[in-house]
Ligand binder design. Sequence first.
Ligand code: SAM
Ligand code: SF4
Ligand code: SF4
Length: 333
Amino acid sequence: MNVLSDRLGRPLRDLRISVTDRCNFRCTYCLPPTQPVRYRPQDRILSFEEIERVARVFVGLGVRKIRLTGGEPLVRHELPELVGRLAALPGLGDLGLTTNGSLLAAQASQLREAGLRRVTVSLDALDDRTFRSLAGTDRPVAAVLAGIDAAMRAGFAPIKLNMVVLRGVNEGEIIPMARFARERGLTLRFIEYMDVGGGNGWCRQDVVEAGEILARVGAELPIQPILPRVAGEVAERFSYEDGAGEFGVIAAVTRPFCVDCSRMRLTADGELYTCLFGVSGVDLRSLLRSGATDDDLASVIASTWRSRDDRYSQRRSELLPATARVAMTVIGG
Ligand code: SAM
Ligand code: SF4
Ligand code: SF4
């Protein structure tokens, strides 16, 4: 099969599917409590049949990795059913989920049995007070830790942890999180705070740069770089010299990786985005609901990818701040 390439020669390999724009958290860097939220009307949210159909077309176009996200994907009713449908798609190599972990304890084993291969849990602090204020929730951090334990018991391995680091907010959690992850065999990824959406009040000074994070971890625990396994890996990986596993940094602000970006995104209401920082999407939902054939869908997806030239993070400093960008809870990170 011919690889589908965009205008900058990047192949289409990954698809992130947002299964809901709803969330039970209000993380300050994603969906701040001050920001009004307007959820998509329920009748516009794609059904499992529709998602499965679109996913099948994507696999036919060369996609090998699918990740479910949101909003919080575990608030979507009966999610294991969707996992089962996607896991059964011939040709799909990898199926993952990114979650805030708060509802994972009750669902981890069902998700595993349904065929989910990987889980990434977002966790920004172990200190309960810091966790609650960053996540905008009354739930204790213990609920997320119970979710991680349940995922480990269900057999997910390696489990990844995502930590967004914000200046003056959770910097003090860098080393405790590194130690916590090492001790449990979890792969922690420190993420540079990004200017996603239009409402998180991002400013460059709030970003704790990957270089600084590496210096802080390296000062406590000797580390060395690991060569990338495949092109397009978003995390730069490091191992601990004492052999206690690895961690990564996702330096989307200071070391952008647009040159290798092979990812399309589908929102819960069926819009296609070719970049996390997109302003508008391509409406697949209307096509799906107006009798389009799989070939019609494939041709719209293919032409959307072929005309893509996004490289927002590489051009961030030249661009004016935008407020119209798609919200992170809609596009799913
Ligand atoms: N609710 C799920 C979760 O939090 O894992 C899935 C959706 S969330 C939008 C996906 C990822 O995006 C999370 O790991 C989150 O930390 C990350 N994220 C959200 N806003 C971000 C920002 N402003 N900068 C960097 N990462 C961000
Ligand atoms: Fe936080 Fe994820 Fe919800 Fe955004 S979608 S508010 S990152 S839990
Ligand atoms: Fe991909 Fe857009 Fe992020 Fe660049 S800014 S890595 S093109 S999603």
